[in-house]
Design a protein around this ligand. Structure first.
Ligand code: BJW
Length: 248
């Protein structure tokens, strides 16, 4: 599919020394992973994700929340990175420096080949003791739901960041530094509804970066972005990288 871009955007990207990227659930939508604020389907249609992604929900019904994450782990295991993920991995190799900050917990950027990934909201493929915070790598598999911590016997929870919980301090620091230091900042497939991630494009803009939004729909950022590209990231991102580096 041919996509036309403003030549000023193509020039800015081509000239960028440092690129910052923030991604959200929308970039994985074309891999078949549901977003948060689109309606859920099947078994989970009667739950709002915002109500499952909390420590209160886990305390109230640990098996329900664990099963939701187990279902999502299964979806991710059967999914593959899409053209949008791959275009970002390619972009990382074309510009002098790129930091990819993701709110996603699916690991698809790393599977696409991105190396400099900052995970703001954790990762679905790790668990953590709900009592003591000890992190356990890998899929704990079938058995008791949720499984028990091998050290203290408390429930294991997914090693992700729920509402009301602090983001990993080092990841947030790296993300804020990247937003302040980049020439071009992309906000891709995120509704901009959740903070502090939603602040990053505004931080980049205030520091003088060209802010580019790529989203299927307008968001609260759209009016403040230097360029807003409406459409699927799996189509727009590869076309934009091709437009800036036609021979690669
Ligand atoms: C496409 C597409 C295609 C579709 N192509 N596009 C300031 C103001 C107000 C409130 C707050 C504030 N600061 C903090 C808060 C509170 C709260 C918050 O933000 N609340 C808001 C709801 C108002 N934030 C927090 O609680 C955070 N913690 C915190 O601030 O701690 C402070 C603290 C300090 C010290 C001690 C204690 C506390 C934590 C937030 C954690 C969010 N966690 C989740 C779950 C992660 C685990 C999991 O995956 O289950 O993160 S919630 C969920 O939302 C998930 C996502 O990462 C996050 C963002 O969602 P995202 O990615 O934007 O997805 P969607 O579905 O919203 O949007 C998809 C977009 O894609 C849409 O726009 C589509 O159009 C688009 N799209 N297909 C391109 N093909």
């Amino acid at each position: 599919m041919s996509v036309e871009f403003d030549p000023r955007l193509v020039r800015a990207l081509r000239a960028a020394r440092a690129v910052g990227v923030l991604t959200g659930a929308g970039i994985s939508a074309e891999s078949g992973i549901p977003t948060f604020r689109d309606a859920q389907t099947g078994l989970w249609a009667r739950f709002r994700p915002e109500e499952l992604a909390t420590a209160e929900a886990f305390r109230r019904d640990p098996a329900l929340v664990w099963d939701w994450y187990a279902w999502r782990r299964g979806l991710v295991a059967g999914a593959a990175p899409n053209a949008g993920h791959r275009a970002l991995a390619r972009l990382e190799r074309l510009v002098p420096a790129l930091v990819l900050v993701t709110q996603n917990v699916d690991g698809l950027h790393q599977r696409a080949g991105s190396a400099n990934v900052v995970e703001l909201h954790g990762n679905l493929h790790r668990s953590r003791c709900f009592a003591e915070g000890v992190v356990i790598a890998g899929d704990p598999g079938a058995g008791e739901r949720p499984p028990r911590c091998p050290r203290c016997g408390a429930h294991l929870r997914p090693d992700v960041v729920w509402f009301g919980e602090a983001l990993p301090a080092q990841a947030l620091e790296r993300a804020e530094t990247a937003a302040r230091a980049c020439d071009v900042f992309f906000s891709i497939g995120t509704s901009g509804a959740v903070f502090p991630a939603a602040q990053l494009p505004l931080t980049a803009r205030a520091a003088g970066a060209t802010v580019v939004e790529i989203n299927r729909d307008p968001t609260p950022l759209t009016g403040a972005a230097s360029f807003s590209l409406l459409g699927p990231s799996g189509t727009i991102l590869p076309a934009l990288v091709d437009a800036a580096w036609p021979a690669t």
